[in-house]
Ligand binder design. Structure first.
Ligand code: MN
Length: 353
């Protein structure tokens, strides 16, 4: 019998070997985004939930400003410490979507260039999602093409609504068509609800990440399904954080109410498939900010282990908790490999090790 060996730092190293860990919803910012959001804030006249958060984010002495602007300092130390191989980076919510269209394009181009440069410096540690300005659809299409074809970024991110509008609106379909044509996945990340919805969430500030983000983003995703977008662009791949923004839990009832319920709506689009089929075929979900094993097990059963990816949501949620959550998940090692890295490699075209 060999004597019990002391663990300590050796343990962390051994853990690092067992799974490649790619975190898929990791936020960063740029000086250009911070400056533009300071200008948006300067014009603010009344309470706005997204700007409430931006007032914190733009504060150099606040809790997240430095962490968002940092790529190669503290962030990488934390990745090393926790055995996280890679961050799939994305410009933090609300991206460029609260800026005037011209400024939004400039900030998006600068962010995508900075992202590509960081990936070039650290190809084993960083990958990233491109930002585009939905306010200007032709410019967004052009930048999506540049970011995917020229900069080789790994997909795109849009932070739910733009000026109160969802991507299910026909005016955004050319952008969705272009994204599908590029075979790039589109991450729909949360922001606070559209004004019409936010009002009902205002008491007790439920319009924030506690409930409003999920209600907003889940509705946005559902509107994509019920608008027929996926019949028009069957290759379109959407990624949702937070274990699918509650939609997996609701799939049975969506199918029942859409297909079986006796009340008929004359003005409704006719879909080729059941809502749940689009969710299983056109969506993937991540574990961002939802470090809870019962929901993980349920989602694997509901949408399949091939459609679930691991995420931290750094720096808004902590890296050690997300790592521990997935390390200790009561699932097979095969599924853990899929969720920690294999699905991200496939969906975001990340080179396998
Ligand atoms: Mn996030």
């Amino acid at each position: 019998m060999s004597p019990k060996r002391k663990t300590g730092t050796g343990k962390a190293k051994a853990k690092r070997k067992d799974f490649r860990r790619i975190a898929t919803e990791e936020a960063f910012s740029t000086p250009e985004q911070m400056d533009a959001m300071r200008d948006v804030l300067a014009k603010q006249t009344q309470y706005h939930p997204d700007l409430f958060l931006w007032r914190v984010q733009t504060n150099p002495n606040g809790p997240v400003n430095k962490a968002l602007l940092d790529l190669e300092g503290e962030r990488m130390k934390i990745m090393d410490r926790d055995g996280v191989d890679m961050h799939l980076l994305s410009l933090t919510s609300t991206g460029v979507q609260m800026m005037e269209a011209g400024r939004a394009l400039e900030v998006a181009i600068a962010a995508n260039d900075r992202l590509a440069a960081a990936i070039q410096r650290h190809p084993a540690r960083f990958t990233g999602l491109a930002t585009v300005p939905p306010q200007d659809v032709p410019a967004a299409i052009k930048e999506a093409e540049r970011a995917i074809s020229k900069l080789r970024l790994n997909g795109l991110i849009i932070n739910s609504h733009t000026n109160g509008e969802y991507l299910s609106d026909r005016k955004y379909w050319p952008l969705l068509e272009a994204i599908a044509g590029l075979r790039a996945a589109l991450y729909i990340h949360p922001r606070a609800p559209i004004p019409a919805m936010a009002e009902a969430y205002r008491p007790d500030h439920l319009e924030h990440a506690i409930w409003g983000y999920q209600a907003e983003t889940g509705l946005h995703a559902l509107r994509l399904i019920t608008s027929g977008v996926f019949d028009a662009f069957p290759n379109l791949k959407i990624v949702l954080g937070h274990m699918g923004e509650a939609l997996p839990y609701w799939l049975y009832r969506l199918d029942y109410m859409w297909c079986t319920a006796s009340i008929k709506f004359e003005d409704r689009v006719t879909l080729k498939k059941k809502p749940s089929e689009y969710f299983k075929q056109n969506f993937a979900i991540t574990t961002s900010g939802m470090n809870w094993h019962p929901v993980l097990k349920f989602c694997i059963e509901a949408v399949g282990a091939d459609n679930v990816m691991w995420a931290i949501d750094y720096p808004y949620q902590t890296s050690p908790e997300a790592v521990k959550f997935m390390n200790s998940a009561p699932i097979s090692d095969a599924d853990k490999h899929k969720i920690f890295h294999k699905n991200a490699e496939r969906i975001f075209r990340i080179k396998p090790e």
